[in-house]
Design a protein around this ligand. Sequence first.
Ligand SMILES: Nc1ncnc2c1ncn2[C@@H]1O[C@H](COP(=O)(O)OP(=O)(O)OP(=O)(O)O)[C@@H](O)[C@H]1O
Ligand SMILES: [Mg+2]
Length: 218
Amino acid sequence: MIYVFGGIKGGVGKTTICLNFIAYLASINKRDVLLVDADDQETATDYTAWRDNTLGGDIGYTAIKLAGDAIRMQIPNLKKKYDDIVIDTGGRDTISQRSALSVANIYLVPFYPRSFDFWTITKVEHLVDEIRSINPDLQVLSFLNRADLRSADNRDTADALRECKDIVYIDKPILNRKCFSNASGRGLSVFEITPRDEKAISELTGLFENLTKEYASA
Ligand SMILES: Nc1ncnc2c1ncn2[C@@H]1O[C@H](COP(=O)(O)OP(=O)(O)OP(=O)(O)O)[C@@H](O)[C@H]1O
Ligand SMILES: [Mg+2]
């Protein structure tokens, strides 16, 4: 499966959830996974360097950097060598993001439940419309990240996401939790840090299980 984390909005947690997802995939059934950093900010690459430092080499996945058309050209070949490929893109409509979407199976778009952020959904819908003309089977999934426990914004954003045609809303919100920055600052996933944040682990597992069982098997 080829997964792309993206969207049209910066800072919603694409890279954070992507890096936790790759650790999750690598831990289940020892899958052979490839992380592709397709964002010129190189956050995933920096994280991987920290991870290598923290874990002393055994990081659990292979990481590369690709940009622009090279993604579209190289992924079909890399696909033969890995069980899963996870691509992190930036929060803008870039050639790299389009290139990744043209060869992907699943496009994951996190939303921060605030009204300004939600407005970008229309732009995501337009982008998906265009991409589907070359990749008609692309599945597009949205979910809430950095949600608050009790906030009307969560409900309003979730309701609006459910309304989107062609984009499936996964009702497994990830709450705003301190452990995410604690973990990524050390090059670790939330599954790997101590003390464990069981609530965050349970939310992430819920989202990832849903993703891999309901959609990746389709
Ligand atoms: N669920 C969460 N709870 C708390 N903090 C979070 C959560 N998800 C992400 N963050 C924090 O939000 C900030 C932005 O996250 P991240 O870099 O993953 O966003 P991004 O969408 O990849 O940004 P960009 O568009 O710049 O690539 C980081 O400081 C990260 O630690
Ligand atoms: Mg990012």
